[in-house]
Write a protein that binds this ligand. Structure first.
Ligand code: HPA
Length: 275
């Protein structure tokens, strides 16, 4: 698929501007599998289904509602994505991170990305929350493939601090204050939709991954490219394949995300106050 043009991003931003009146989100919060409930706390939300944004793809994943909610959340002017897009749905990296650039054009400066993932680090347990300190994607696609749009960022962007150190610090402080145990580590992208094999999980561990999942990295790369601050949280809904002697299921992931929801939401709410 062709890369998007600057004009397409601008048309999407203009369409949202018309819906939003004078409201301008400062923070984009992307809610992962089973974590959409926080969107329900947006005050007087303006809801915009993804299919009403010109050029934007639809969310087809289970438990992803597929809409923006614009409004105040935890004291911030926020755009919340209730459900994200994934490459396993058939979308490209550029498709799934399209909304990041649109929100950048609307003036958002920070992205908070959340996801459900499998824990690779054997010191972790299902239900743990992990602060993302870095990621591994290796090879293959990039959301930045194709002609570079200079107004967003450089051709060869630095990725040495994708996850903003000051926001990581804020997250650690918030977790401590709330007495929520917070793991830290490296998130490794796998394209899915099949879960990883035990051998892939062992390989991921050798490479330095602490969790494996099917999202987040396209949006984080795109946000870093256009100079946005990024904060990422992973909810480890299960031990990754082969860690325990039991099969993985999508239902288990969504149930675990629901069970950890209140803790996760409290942490994200606290971080929203600090970004
Ligand atoms: N692997 C990949 N993605 C996931 C997992 C997993 O084990 N759990 C939740 N999302």
């Amino acid at each position: 698929m062709e890369a998007y043009t600057a004009q397409q991003y601008q048309e999407s931003a203009a369409a949202l501007e018309r819906r939003l009146g004078g409201f301008r989100p400062k923070v984009l919060l992307i809610l992962g599998s089973g974590l959409g409930a926080l969107g329900d706390e947006v005050e007087n939300p303006v809801a915009v289904p993804y299919e009403e944004v010109p050029h934007m793809r639809r969310s087809t994943a289970p438990d992803h509602r597929g809409q923006f909610l614009f409004g105040r959340l935890a004291g911030q002017d926020a755009a919340v994505m209730q459900g994200r897009l994934h490459t396993y749905e058939g979308w490209s990296f550029a498709d799934v991170s399209y909304p990041v650039r649109v929100l950048r054009l609307l003036g958002a400066e920070t992205v908070i990305v959340t996801n459900a993932a499998g824990a690779v680090n054997t010191a972790f347990s299902a239900g743990d929350i992990m602060l993302i300190t870095d990621h591994i994607k290796l090879f293959g696609e990039s959301p930045l493939r194709g002609p570079n749009l200079e107004q967003f960022g450089p051709r060869f962007p630095d990725m040495s601090r994708v996850y903003t150190p000051a926001l990581q610090e804020a997250a650690r402080r918030a977790a401590e204050r709330l007495e929520i145990p917070l793991r830290e580590g490296v998130y490794m992208f796998f394209p899915g939709p099949q879960y990883e094999t035990p051998a892939e999980v062992r390989a991921a561990r050798l490479l330095g991954a602490d969790a494996v999942g099917m999202s987040t990295v396209p949006e984080a790369i795109t946000a870093a490219h256009c100079g946005m601050r990024v904060l990422g949280f992973t909810l480890c809904t299960n031990m990754a394949a082969g860690v325990l002697d039991q099969p993985l299921s999508g239902e288990e992931v969504i149930a675990a995300a629901g069970a950890a929801g209140p803790r996760f939401q409290a942490l994200v709410r606290a971080c929203l106050k600090e970004v």
